[in-house]
Design a protein around this ligand. Structure first.
Ligand code: ADE
Length: 258
């Protein structure tokens, strides 16, 4: 997976994503990070200016279309020279749809992803119309720039690139898999500050441990994220309901006969 980040602060991205699991994935060649400075594409050879006043008035400066467009075309041409298809271009913005695990797994299927990081008061709408395929936010709050949101997304997506996580760090058993939060976990010692590890986890009975974990996941999700719990419930109706639904389907198959 190749990440291309269009930014005014490339060092912010490369420095932040150089350690731990993502740094290791980069060293192993499982992912690549191509942080490109939009300023290098400015037509203003003297000051490398990339922003200007907003038509119609208003506070603050806007990032201009031309340097962003030229930067994108350069990235796209390099991808195409390496036989890649035109990439999805994500504009990270509080005006986008809110990032979640299903967007993560969808984007993880791509070979190349381009991120556009905005600054100042935003970006000239015309270049967004021209190049952006996805508008994505990391939550309903406003940050000073798009680098942190882009890094959040790159981190989450990289976890789904084969080989990035080892077996102990499996992406599939985490919180949000199947709309359930992860169950509580414990390590040594067996007792700490008078709190004991739940005895079932010491029993060695894997079936019982799995049942307990699922039950804890459900309780935790219901308590902390009722929205996710409802989604899980819709996918996993209680057994009684399932039986009734099956009965109804059989009756319908028989032309409504009871
Ligand atoms: N840029 C500024 N705030 C943002 C947010 N919440 N999500 C994505 N990009 C942003």
């Amino acid at each position: 997976m190749n990440f291309h980040i269009m930014t005014l602060f490339p060092e912010m991205v490369t420095e932040c994503l150089s350690s731990s699991i993502i740094g290791r994935a980069k060293e192993k060649g499982l992912i690549s990070l191509n942080a490109v400075n939009i300023r290098d594409y400015s037509n203003d050879t003297k000051h490398h200016k990339v922003d200007d006043y907003t038509y119609g008035g208003g506070a603050g400066m806007l990032m201009q279309a031309q340097p962003i467009y030229d930067c994108y075309i350069d990235i796209k041409n390099k991808i195409s020279a390496a036989n890649g298809k035109a990439p999805r271009v994500i504009y990270v913005t509080p005006q986008g749809k809110v990032f979640n695990q299903s967007i993560v797994t969808e984007l993880a299927q791509e070979e190349n992803l381009v991120f556009l990081c905005g600054h100042y008061e935003g970006v000239d709408e015309r270049v967004l119309e021209e190049i952006v395929t996805d508008y994505i936010s990391i939550g309903d709050y406003v940050l000073t720039g798009g680098e942190l949101p882009a890094m959040v997304m790159i981190d989450a997506i990289s976890r789904f690139v084969p080989g990035v996580l080892n077996n102990n760090e499996s992406a599939m058993t985490d919180s949000f898999h199947n709309n359930l939060l992860e169950y509580p976990q414990y390590s040594r010692p067996e007792e700490w500050m008078g709190k004991k590890v739940p005895p079932i986890l010491l029993s060695g009975d894997h079936k019982k441990v799995d049942e307990w974990r699922l039950e804890q996941s459900i309780i935790r999700t219901k308590e902390r994220r009722p929205d996710l719990y409802e989604a899980w419930l819709a996918e996993n109706p209680p057994v009684e309901k399932k039986k009734k639904r099956r009965k109804k389907e059989v009756s319908e198959d028989n032309g409504g006969e009871k």
